[in-house]
Design a protein around this ligand. Structure first.
Ligand SMILES: [Zn+2]
Length: 307
């Protein structure tokens, strides 16, 4: 299983008519079909631009994405139910996520509708604070509404993403979530201090809680030379602290300028080879490449309803 826990490629639908072939982008459905078995497609709506129309803009991108996935069903299929993870399907599974909970409204009224339309991962906030939680650029914690939202997601089968949270919100999230969570695109604070990175204590708690950390290919998070070698060091540190069954990859393709050697998804085998050359055991590598993320989704996603 090869899994990428975070990309922003879905936003290409605002300017392109399909995600099938996107020259100049870091990922598209043709390349996902070749290099991934599962990709998380996050939908990010910029609050500064769509302040009063977050739900409508999210709905627009979600509908465009659904329609495109339908049209490209020789390559991809939406991941909705846990049973799909065990099936052999040549197609790449696409998990639809929201990067920030503003689109569901301050009362959470849109959550069930977006769930019915395929939403299966939810970040509570982006860098700022909203009615649910405080992001890494704010001092706010998880609100009462945020705690309630986490519990609703726990019960219907939406994976909560703690990427972008500040430390206070992170700890409150672990406390109130009855289900394991993911931090989909981050890196190790012990190697490079950055407000988007997790420190060792957070990493251990995330793992103890059954969760998964996706290491991003973002040079700013990695520090040092910000290259492939540095990325390997972050992955190896995470494995040492958490164990490989809690570590995954969350490239942030089409949301960042990635490390130079991994300019697009077709370069992913270079990362696998580098980790193997540096001595990572085969079973650990298999977990990082996708086993950990798939196991987590197996626990979180709802079972397919009987007809
Ligand atoms: Zn992000």
């Amino acid at each position: 299983m090869r899994v990428d826990c975070h990309c922003d490629t879905a936003l290409a639908l605002l300017t392109e008519c399909s995600l099938r072939r996107l020259p100049g982008w870091q990922l598209d459905l043709q390349r996902a079909g070749r290099y991934l078995d599962l990709a998380v497609m996050a939908i990010f709506i910029d609050e500064r631009r769509y302040a009063s129309a977050m739900a409508a803009q999210f709905q627009k991108v979600l509908s465009l994405l659904q329609a495109d996935i339908d049209r490209q069903n020789d390559l991809v299929t939406p991941l909705l139910w846990r049973e799909q993870l065990g099936k052999t399907d040549q197609r790449t599974l696409l998990l639809i996520g929201a990067e920030g909970a503003e689109p569901i409204g301050a009362d959470g009224g849109m959550l069930e509708q977006f769930y019915r339309e395929g939403l299966r991962l939810l970040g509570l906030t982006w860098n700022g604070a909203n009615s649910y939680a405080g992001g890494c650029a704010s001092g706010e914690g998880l609100t009462a509404a945020g705690q309630k939202l986490v519990q609703r997601c726990n019960s219907i089968g939406i994976l909560i993403d703690g990427a972008h949270l500040n430390r206070r919100s992170f700890w409150q999230l672990l406390e109130c979530s009855s289900q394991p969570v993911i931090v989909s695109h981050t890196a190790c604070d012990a190697l490079h201090h950055h407000r988007r990175n997790l420190d060792d204590e957070q990493m251990r708690a995330l793992a103890d809680h059954g969760g998964v950390m996706g290491i991003a290919f973002v040079p700013d998070f990695l520090g040092g030379a910000g290259d492939l070698l540095r990325l390997c060091e972050h992955i190896e540190h995470a494995v040492t602290v958490m164990g490989s069954s809690h570590v995954a990859l969350g490239s942030d393709f089409d949301g960042c300028k990635p490390v130079a050697e991994l300019g697009d998804i077709s370069q992913l085998p270079r990362l696998y080879a580098a980790l193997a050359e540096r001595g990572m055991a085969e079973e650990d590598l298999a977990q990082i490449i996708g086993g950990s993320a798939a196991d987590l989704l197996q626990k979180i996603l709802p079972p397919e309803p009987a007809l």
